[in-house]
Design a binder for this molecule. Structure first.
Ligand code: ATP
Ligand code: MG
Length: 258
């Protein structure tokens, strides 16, 4: 095990990378998961490794959707399980959602390892092993879901989902919340709620919003959902990426000097 000093300027990013490596060693994360992590790091660097204000609004809208849902499901893949297992369990509890393991490269071993890992972090029932439902329009292995899980869900949170499956889930009429650091990816673009943020920051913040909104009347939740604008999140994220990691900091510094 390596020790990363918290004072290291890239502490969080190194911690994230280390968790993914451990996930691969434990048989939770696939090798392709390492590549996905690298892509995510690049976008997070360009975003300045922070949650943009419009993205915080997306995280609040996600919490409102999950609280309003009849059958919310949180999807968990190998990267999600390695990075935020306990945080996913906490979010599931905060909004009354089911957890379902849902893999791009599906193997029984990895499904079982991830379900065990989630239970080690406090999960009760973990779905995804029955695989008696199908997502229309996808090839056999990629289409598998639990009929009483993602198959029957009205709201699904799919972090780091690939574009094909994100589009197919949206086409089924589900309200889709996507977490993806790339605002140009089809996954983010097909989402009702695109969360362009690192999952390490996103999940705890959605949970915090859910706790804040727990006793809110349904009309207020419905208003948050209705006022949310996915296009603005994607546009703000793209603007932030184009101006680079120092873009806003420089702008802020210039304003303070006035
Ligand atoms: P498609 O083009 O079909 O959408 P893809 O080429 O984007 O697929 P992947 O490389 O599997 O397929 O996508 C992984 C996505 O997950 C990337 O967009 C990456 O930015 C994002 N990602 C990786 N790590 C994280 C993370 N920690 N938090 C949020 N998003 C992440
Ligand atoms: Mg993608």
């Amino acid at each position: 095990d390596i020790e990363i000093p918290e004072s290291h300027p890239r502490y969080r990013s190194l911690l994230t990378r280390h968790r993914i490596e451990e996930g691969v060693d434990k048989g939770i994360t696939s090798k392709q998961g390492l590549i996905a992590e690298g892509r995510g790091e690049a976008f997070d660097y360009l975003l300045g490794e922070r949650t943009l204000p419009a993205v915080d609004e997306a995280e609040r809208a996600a919490a409102a959707h999950l609280l309003l849902a009849e059958r919310p499901v949180l999807s968990v893949n190998g990267n999600v399980a390695a990075l935020v297992p306990g945080e996913m369990v906490e979010l599931a509890e905060a909004v009354g959602a089911d957890l379902e393991v849902n893999l791009f490269n599906r193997t029984e071993e990895r499904l079982e390892a991830i379900a065990d890992h989630l239970r080690d972090h406090g999960a009760g029932e973990v779905k995804g092993l029955t695989a008696d439902g199908r997502i229309p329009g996808l090839d056999h292995e990629r289409a598998k879901v639990d009929a009483d899980g993602i198959g029957d869900a009205d709201v699904v949170l799919v972090p780091l989902e690939d574009g094909d499956r994100a589009e197919a889930l949206a086409a089924m009429g589900k309200t889709e919340i996507v977490i993806d650091l790339n605002p140009l990816s089809r996954s983010a673009q097909s989402a009702a709620v695109p969360i362009v943020d690192n999952i390490m920051r996103a999940i705890p913040n959605v949970t915090a919003h859910a706790e804040d909104l727990r006793d809110a009347p349904r009309e207020e939740l419905a208003r948050i959902v209705a006022e949310f604008d996915p296009e603005r999140v994607l546009a703000d994220a793209e603007t932030a990426i184009r101006s680079g990691p120092m873009g806003d900091a420089e702008a802020d510094a210039a304003r303070t000097e006035d």
